[in-house]
Design a protein around this ligand. Structure first.
Ligand SMILES: *Cc1c(COP(=O)(O)O)cnc(C)c1O
Length: 359
C-alpha cells in the first residue's frame, strides 16, 4: 500500500485512522454479524450510529438545543433550492456573491423569488471579500445568504455580514469542522460533507427550530421540506447509512484530536507554512488578498500556464496529488483539510522550493 498526499478540494482526504477502523469493521460491525452497509436503517445498531453521530457533532460544534441537525442527501446543489423553497416566505432574499458556489445558489433562488445581490467580488475574479458591515439589506428579505469559505477561489468570510436583523444562511461545505463557529449567529448552516468531513452523499443541515415550518413554497416536494426530515430524525426515508457512519467516525476522531479549537490551531499552522512560502517565492504567487485567505483552500500560480502544467505533473509523480486548480481559475490549488497532516504540507513546500530552484 502506498498512500499519497491528496490535496483534492473534494471528495478529499480522510483521516487514516478512520479508514482503518472502517476497514476493520467492514465485514462485521460490533457483534451484529454484518457490515453497516447491510443493515436496516431502522435497526438498533444503525439507530445508535446516527444518534451518536448527532450527539458528537452537537458536542464538537456546541450546537444550541433549539437547533436541529439533519443528515440529508442531494449534495450542496440541492440546498441551493431547499433554502429558498423553505425560507422564502416573502419571496425575497439577499445574496452575497463571493464565488461560483454563491453565484450558483443565487441563480437557483431566482427560480423562486426576487434575489438581490447585495455584495459581490466578481469585479476582481472573486479574489477578495467585500466589506459586509453596512449593506443595503432589503426591508422584506427572508434571509441573507453567504458561502463562507470559497472552495474555488480560496477566500473566507472572516467577519460575518451585518444582516440588520435578517436570518443568516451560510454554506460552510469547505470549512465544516475546521474551526469553532458560533452557531447561534446563523439561522441555517449547511455543508456537503465531502470536503472536510466524510464521503460524498451526505449534506448536514443545522437549522434553528423556528425556521422549520409547514409554510413552504407551493409544490415543494415532501423530500425537500426541512420539516419532513426534522420530524423524522433524518429517517423519513433510507438515509445514506454507510456515509453517515463514516462521518460519525470522523467526529470521534475530531474529539480525540481535542476538538475544533485544536483543529483550528493545526489548520492555521499548516496554512501559514504554505502562505509564508508563497509570500517569499519569486516563482509561485498566491491569488488572494492576504487578509481574506482561506485556511482550507490555497490557490496559487506561477504566471506561466505551461510551467503550472509542468509543476502539477512533476508534483503528481512525486506523490503530491490533485494540485490542479479549478477549471475556472487554472493554476494550482492545495486543499489543506483537517485530515491533511502537517508533514504533507511541509513536504509540498520543500518540493515547491526545489522546483523553484530548478526553474
Ligand atoms: C463543493 C461545494 C458545493 C457543491 O456541492 P455538491 O455536493 O457537489 O452539490 C457547494 N458549496 C461549496 C462551498 C462547495 O465547496
Amino acid at each position: 500500500m502506498s498512500r499519497v498526499y491528496n490535496f483534492s478540494a473534494g471528495p478529499a482526504v480522510l483521516p487514516e485512522e478512520v479508514l482503518r477502523t472502517a476497514a476493520a469493521e467492514m465485514l462485521e460491525y460490533g457483534s451484529s454479524g454484518m457490515s453497516v452497509m447491510e443493515m436496516s436503517h431502522r435497526s438498533k445498531d444503525f439507530t445508535d450510529i446516527i444518534e451518536e453521530a448527532e450527539r458528537d457533532l452537537r458536542e464538537l460544534m456546541a450546537i444550541p438545543s433549539d437547533y436541529k441537525v439533519l443528515f440529508l442527501q442531494g449534495g450542496g446543489n440541492t440546498q441551493f433550492a431547499m433554502v429558498p423553497m423553505n425560507l422564502m416566505k416573502n419571496r425575497v432574499a439577499d445574496y452575497i456573491v463571493t464565488g461560483q458556489w454563491a453565484k450558483k445558489a443565487a441563480k437557483e433562488a431566482e427560480l423562486y423569488g426576487r434575489v438581490n445581490v447585495v455584495a459581490s467580488s466578481a469585479d476582481k475574479t472573486f479574489s477578495y471579500i467585500p466589506d459586509l458591515s453596512d449593506l443595503a439589506i432589503s426591508e422584506d428579505a427572508d434571509y441573507v445568504y453567504i458561502c463562507q469559505n470559497n472552495t474555488i477561489y480560496g477566500t473566507t468570510i472572516k467577519t460575518l455580514p451585518n444582516t440588520k436583523g435578517k436570518t443568516l444562511v451560510s454554506d460552510i461545505s469547505s470549512m465544516f469542522l475546521s474551526e469553532p463557529m458560533e452557531v447561534s449567529r446563523y439561522g441555517v448552516l449547511w455543508g456537503g460533507v465531502q470536503k472536510n468531513v466524510g464521503p460524498a452523499g451526505v449534506t448536514i443541515v443545522i437549522i434553528r427550530e423556528d425556521l422549520i415550518t409547514e409554510e413552504v413554497l407551493p409544490y415543494t416536494p415532501t423530500m425537500l421540506r426541512y420539516k419532513t426530515h426534522a420530524d423524522n430524525a433524518s429517517l423519513y426515508n433510507t438515509p445514506p447509512c454507510y456515509n453517515i457512519y463514516i462521518c460519525g467516525l470522523v467526529f470521534k476522531w475530531l474529539k480525540a484530536m481535542g476538538g475544533l479549537s485544536v483543529m483550528k490551531q493545526r489548520n492555521e499552522e499548516k496554512a501559514r507554512l504554505l502562505y509564508d512560502f508563497l509570500d517569499q517565492s519569486k516563482l509561485f504567487h498566491g491569488t488572494v488578498v492576504p487578509k481574506d485567505r482561506s485556511l482550507m483552500n490555497v490557490p496559487f500560480v506561477t504566471g506561466d500556464a505551461g510551467l503550472d502544467k509542468r509543476f502539477i505533473a512533476e508534483a503528481s509523480a512525486a506523490g503530491f496529488r490533485n494540485l490542479k486548480g479549478h477549471r475556472s481559475v487554472g493554476g494550482m490549488r492545495a486543499s489543506l483539510y483537517n485530515a491533511m497532516p502537517y508533514e504533507g504540507v511541509r513536504s509540498l513546500v520543500e518540493f515547491m522550493d526545489r522546483f523553484e530552484k530548478q526553474n
